[in-house]
Every structure is written in C-alpha cells, then in structure tokens.
Design a binder for this molecule. Structure first.
Ligand code: FAD
Ligand code: SIN
Length: 530
C-alpha cells in the first residue's frame, strides 16, 4: 500500500511532536512511532529544560557555560541561536499546557545542574520529560490533519537509490521521497510518500550494555541516513551520565538526576570520602564528562563497581518534595535517600553527534530534515551541557517547521517509487541469532568504546564488529524483514560510526578521552587527564 502526506515525521518525542504540531498548519502530517507514542527518551527526562528566565542569569552566561562544557567544539552561532530562541519556545510549551514547578510567589522554581553557573533549569518535579510528553500527546490528538501511526517502524528513507540509481556520498542532490515502513501488527511493508520528511528518531542507547535510554533508542535515523549516504559527524562524543542508579541487570538504568547535585548532593567513594575536588575545582558540579571520568577512575583504582551520592545532609521533607520519584524508586530497593547514600555508576546516556543539519535543520539530503537527539546541530560540541537537549530539540523542530513550510509548495510526491523489494527473502530470521548479535554489539561497545579509550581497544572493537556486520547483512538479504533485524543492522551501523569517528580523532576532547592522545590537538591538557 502507498500512502501520501505532505509531511512525514518519524518519531514521537519532543522533536517529532512539536514539529508535527507546527507543520500541520501547512499540510497533512503522518507521525510515526515504532512503539507507543510515549515510549521515547523524552518521557524519561528528569532534570528539566535549560533556558534563561530571570536575572542575574543572562544569555551571555548560558552561552558561555554551553561553550565551556562543549570543550572548544561548539558552533558558536548555533549556541547563540538556540539559547536566545529558548525563552520563546518555553512560552510555546506553556501554551501547550506544560506545567513547570513554581515557588510560593508564582515564580518558576529553577534548578541547577553540572556546568551551569546559574539556576536556570525549568522542571516538573523530577519527571519533567513525562510531563512534556503527556502534554504534547494531548495536544497532538486534537489536530485533525495529523494521522498517528504507532507500532510502525521506518526501515529506510527512500531516495534515488530505490529507483535504481547508484547513489554515493558524492552524488549531488540526493533527495528523500518518504520512507518504507513496517506495520508491526500486520508485518506488511508500506510506502509512505512525502514532500518533506523529518527524522526525530532519538538516541542510541541500544548500542551499549547499560544505558538510561529505553529500548526504542537504537539510532535508526542515524543509520538510515548513513545508508542513504547522508552526512553524519561527531559520533565519538557519547555522553555517559555520571550518576545512574547502580542496579545490575536493570535496563534502562534508572537515572539519579544531576539536579540532585545542583541541590547539594555530594559524590563519595565507598569509604565515604569526597573525591571530586581531586579532579576539578567545581567538585560534584563539574561538567558531565569530567565527573563521569573521575568516577570511572575512582572505581578502577579501588576495584569498585559504584560510588555513592549523598544527600542525607539536606532537609528530608524538601528532598522528598523535589525528587519524589527518585525517593520512591530508591525506597523500593531499601534505600531511604534522606538517610542512606545512593549507589551510582556512569552509564551511557546521550549522543552529541548525529545527522548533520544546518541552521534550518536541513540535512545533506534534500527534503530531509532532522531534529532532536538524532541530529548534530553543533550546539553540544564535544560534551552536552545538562538539560540543553530538550531545548535544542524544540528550537530545531521549530526552525525545521518554518523552513519546510516555506518550501513545501515547491515539492511534489514522487509517484514512481517502487514497492519494497523483498524478492528472494524467504527465510524467517532466527531470533536467537539476532538477540545474540545484539548482546555482542553491546559487549563490544561497553568493553572497548566506553569512557576511556585507546587505539588498541578501538581497533579490536572494529574487527569484532566487522564480523557481526557481514553476518547481519547476509541475514538481512535472505530473511523476511522484522523490526528486531532492522534494529540490529542499525545498532551495528551506529557502533561502526562511533568507532570510526573515535579512531579518526587523534586527541582527547570533551567526551572522547583516549590514553594514546591524552591532550587536545593543540597540545593543551584535556578537561581531565586520569
Ligand atoms: P525521543 O524522545 O527519543 O523520541 C524518539 C522517537 O523516535 C520515538 O517515538 C521512537 O519510537 C521513534 N523512532 C525511532 N526509530 C524509529 C523508527 N525506525 N521508526 C519509527 N519510529 C522510530 N535532556 C534534557 O534536556 N533534560 C533532561 O532532564 C534530560 N533527562 C534525561 C533523562 C533520561 C533518563 C534520558 C534517557 C534522557 C534525558 N535527556 C534529557 C535527553 C533527552 O530526553 C533526549 O535527548 C530527548 O528527549 C530526545 O528527544 P527526541 O524527540 O529527539 O527523541
Ligand atoms: C539529568 O536529569 O541529570 C539529565 C539531564 C540531561 O541529560 O540533560
């Protein structure tokens, strides 16, 4: 079956839905989610959304903090754009019914997180993302010309390649005509034709053995663009959150928000001693790359699997009021955070790199836009400042919608697109092969491509991955398509890109730390030499 829409949106997180709401003023929209609408990284966001709200905060300070955290790798024009446009986008969220906590005087109660010089994080208790996701879904359901497709998996974006042309990364004017999409309820593959497509497919947590991301985060958009010969960059900058709740086997790992350190929580070793001052004057509130590496180092030196986060010195009632979900979750594991230390360890959390977009969210492929975590705008540089992700997603969804609206009349549907070709794919794939290969990718990446890297480890990871790549491509060519098999292909592509970009970077910068090049390329000491 072929369907036609003006706008095709792949992803139902903050980037996808906010784009869809705006694009729907200019045409018909299909919004796809491979799982349920609320199964997104967005739903899990805890700390909040960074924006300048009151003095003494200022755009200049937020810009400076973002650039310092990004370790000299941010695109300054993008930083200025996102931060100055943030307050207007916060207004938009408020208009859509999103509720941020306020103090007794009705002013926003602003949190502070690592790397921020001011309190500037708007939040809804410690489940900001859930509040945003639910409000966006409520709004979405009121718009008649948005058609929602849940449990609908985008397999490939459609380009000239699918019309028999040879497409390479040097092909000028690669065009996106829509996507091939698997309806997971019927197992049929449909053609969705669009004039404009937005990728808003989120993160890559599925590549690692432990992650704060839900299972949907398998880097599909990045992998699809890579296969379509679009431009991807900065994949070596994988962010590990310093303080995930230590509970082996739990997936996704439960996050202990950085806002709790902004509130006063202190990192301690298992001996109860503070250690962060050894690494950075900002102590427990240093940027994330530094804190994660410091914890990793402490754990390696002592042979421990976790360190502690201590919030016991704060007022118990206030702690429970600010962090009700963390309090409840820890209590379920026998830890009363008002009395006991919380065991934490670093866990994969975010990817700063992704599909390269310009200041209008346009990718290197015509008629294809990207926003949110799957994109690389240049805002985060080599290390994302906490709570700058939700704001980036909504600012870029906005510019994408504006730019797409300007051009939508110039495009028409390409009705020559053939149906998905499943000629010769008769074997139902063996699930055990897929799940085992998935585990192998996770193990390779967590063992060799983690917080501290080396050439030797990266090269070994690449060799192991090549075997999995060949086996999986062979399986894909012979098997009936399934979501699981497609996701496996995608995590392999994403893992390949991370390793390739990491091998290319002959320095330590931001989230990429390698023992072979412990300094920055200009010879200066990297943020933390361990
Ligand atoms: P997502 O919200 O992840 O949505 C991705 C969507 O794409 C989903 O609907 C999924 O089904 C769909 N999709 C993916 N592939 C396909 C496919 N092949 N076919 C169809 N659909 C597909 N950031 C902050 O700024 N502040 C925070 O406090 C914060 N806390 C966080 C806490 C946690 C635990 C986590 C995991 C992240 C946190 N982040 C935070 C990061 C932030 O939540 C994400 O970067 C952001 O929500 C990503 O939004 P998105 O719209 O790009 O993607
Ligand atoms: C957190 O609440 O610590 C996560 C914030 C973020 O990832 O931006």
């Amino acid at each position: 079956m072929t369907r036609q829409f003006d706008f095709l949106v792949i992803g139902s997180g903050i980037a996808g839905i906010s784009f869809a709401l705006k694009a729907s003023r200019h045409g018909t929209v299909a919004l796809l989610s491979k799982s349920s609408l609320d199964d997104t990284n967005t739903s899990y966001a805890q700390g909040g959304i960074a924006a300048v709200t009151y003095s003494p905060d200022s755009f200049e300070k937020h810009i400076a903090d973002t650039i310092v955290a990004g370790d000299g790798h941010c695109d300054v024009a993008v930083v200025e754009k996102v931060i100055t446009e943030a307050p207007q986008q916060i207004e938009e969220l408020l208009n859509w019914g999103i509720d941020f906590d306020r103090d007794g005087d009705g002013k926003f109660d602003l949190h502070r997180e690592g790397g921020h010089s001011e309190h500037r994080i708007l939040h809804h208790k410690d489940n900001t993302g859930y509040e945003i996701q639910e409000a966006l879904i409520r709004k979405l359901r009121t718009i008649p010309n948005i058609e929602i497709f849940e449990n609908t998996f985008a397999i490939e974006i459609i380009t000239q390649h699918h019309m028999g042309e040879v497409v390479t990364m040097h092909t000028p004017n690669i065009e996106c005509y829509g996507a091939y999409v698997l309806d997971q309820r019927t197992n049929h593959i449909h053609t969705y034709l669009s004039k404009v497509t937005l990728l808003a497919t989120g993160g890559i947590g599925g590549v690692y053995a432990t992650t704060t991301n839900p299972d949907v985060a398998t880097g599909d958009g990045i992998a699809m663009v890579h296969r379509a010969r679009g431009v991807i960059k900065d994949m070596e900058f994988v962010q590990f959150h310093p303080t995930a709740f230590y509970n082996p086997g739990e997936r996704p790992t439960f996050l202990i928000t950085e806002a709790i350190r902004g509130y006063g929580a202190i990192l301690r070793g298992q001996d109860g001693r503070e250690f962060m001052q050894k690494y950075d004057d900002r102590g427990s509130l240093a940027p994330r790359d530094i804190v994660a590496r410091a914890i990793d180092n402490e754990m390696k030196i002592k042979g421990h699997d976790f360190v502690y986060l201590d919030v016991t010195h704060k007022d118990a009632e206030e702690t429970k009021d600010h962090f009700p979900n963390i309090y409840k979750k820890c209590l379920e594991h026998g830890i009363d955070i008002t009395k006991d230390f919380i065991p934490v360890s670093p866990t994969q959390h975010y990817v700063c790199g992704g599909i390269v977009v310009d200041m209008n969210a346009r990718t290197s492929i015509n008629r294809l836009y990207a926003a949110g975590e799957c994109s690389c705008t240049g805002l985060h540089g080599a290390n994302r400042l906490a709570s700058n992700s939700l704001i980036e997603a909504i600012v870029y969804a906005d510019v994408a919608a504006k730019d797409a609206a300007k051009h939508i009349r110039d495009y028409s549907w390409n009705t020559q697109i053939p149906a998905w070709d499943d000629e010769g794919t008769k074997l139902p794939e063996e699930m055990v092969l897929i799940t085992q290969s998935f585990r192998e990718v996770e193990q390779i990446m967590s063992s060799y491509v983690g917080i501290v890297r080396s050439n030797l480890r990266l090269q070994r990871a690449m060799r192991r991955l090549e075997i999995l790549f060949k086996e999986t491509e062979d399986l894909f060519d012979r098997s009936v398509v399934s979501r699981e098999l497609c996701e496996l292909r995608n995590v392999i592509s994403v893992a390949y890109l991370i390793i390739k970009h990491a091998l290319r970077r002959k320095e330590s910068r931001g989230l990429h730390y390698t023992v072979d090049y412990p300094k920055r390329a200009n010879g200066s000491e990297s943020n933390l030499s361990v």
